[in-house]
Write a protein that binds this ligand. Structure first.
Ligand code: SF4
Ligand code: F3S
Length: 269
């Protein structure tokens, strides 16, 4: 891939907190500036682009009209479907999120959903889900959407998937939820640095107790690492600085289907 054939990217933010965009711009390997100067052309990103209002609309219309089948659509955020999608309106014309998504997805070469909200509705779809939020694949009734779940998704997993598609012109092997196996097959519990404490029965019993100070296992404080499959312990966040368990908080299983009601809320469907 050279600077002359950079792939255009449309990055939509639907019902979300921008957490995945925040994580993405902290990509360190390669650095975010290398990605956007050398490999992709991040033409439309509501959080990062300098254009706004009608000017940003013009950019978007230009890509989807003149670069059919060439651009990649990345979607962050859930898709509210209740009352005809009117809980989410975007842009000067007040287009609903679902209409904007359909319009951008129609002629995209590839659609990637980033974050747990785009995966299955995530926190936005948590009980009682008043806006009728769903993930991108469900909203579009498509089974070819690449999912990179996480709250937020590790930027390494976004960049790795994107660059592998650009360099090899094919997608890596995927799991049953269309997530790359290289990122989503290892169990958090198996690569956790506190696993030795788990085996020895050394558990934190209360926040701030002696075990917490010694960095013991967080299973009895609700850690869902044994039920979660992703590469957080090895990839870590912020350029390999840390990850939830290292920071002293148990894993919430944020990459798993329905994680908020199932794990974080301890509510069963
Ligand atoms: Fe497993 Fe969580 Fe304990 Fe780590 S802290 S060993 S992931 S239960
Ligand atoms: Fe999410 Fe657990 Fe990783 S909460 S960020 S999958 S350690």
């Amino acid at each position: 891939v050279c600077a002359l054939n950079k792939v255009p990217i449309i990055w939509l933010e639907l019902a979300d907190c921008s957490g995945n965009s925040e994580a993405f711009i902290k990509s360190t390997n390669p650095a975010i500036e290398d990605i956007i100067f050398d490999y992709v052309s991040l033409d439309y990103h509501e959080l990062l682009m300098s254009a706004s209002g009608d000017q940003s609309e013009t950019i978007l219309e230009d890509i989807i009209t003149n670069q059919k089948g060439e651009y990649i659509l990345i979607v962050e955020g859930a898709v509210p479907l209740a009352i005809d999608g009117k809980y989410l309106r975007i842009g000067p014309k007040g287009e609903t999120g679902i209409d904007l998504l359909k319009k951008c997805a129609k002629d995209a070469a590839l659609v990637i959903s980033v974050g747990s909200c785009a995966f299955d509705g995530g926190v936005v779809a948590a009980y009682p889900n008043p806006t009728g939020a769903v993930g991108v694949a469900q909203a579009l009734h498509r089974d070819d959407i690449i999912n990179l779940s996480g709250c937020p998704t590790n930027p390494t997993n976004i960049v790795g998937t994107l660059l592998s598609y650009l360099m090899f012109e094919e997608l890596p092997p995927l799991d049953k939820f269309n997530r790359p196996l290289w990122a989503y097959s290892g169990r958090v519990h198996d690569d956790c640095e506190r696993r030795g404490n788990y085996e020895l029965g050394e558990f934190v019993k209360e926040w701030g107790d002696e075990g917490a100070k010694k960095g013991w296992c967080l299973f009895e404080m609700g850690c869902k690492g044994p039920y979660t499959n992703v590469n957080c312990p090895t990839m870590k966040f912020n350029g390999g600085t840390s990850w939830p368990v290292q920071a002293g908080h148990g894993c919430m299983g944020c990459v798993e289907m329905g994680f908020f009601d199932k794990f974080a809320n301890e509510r069963k469907y």
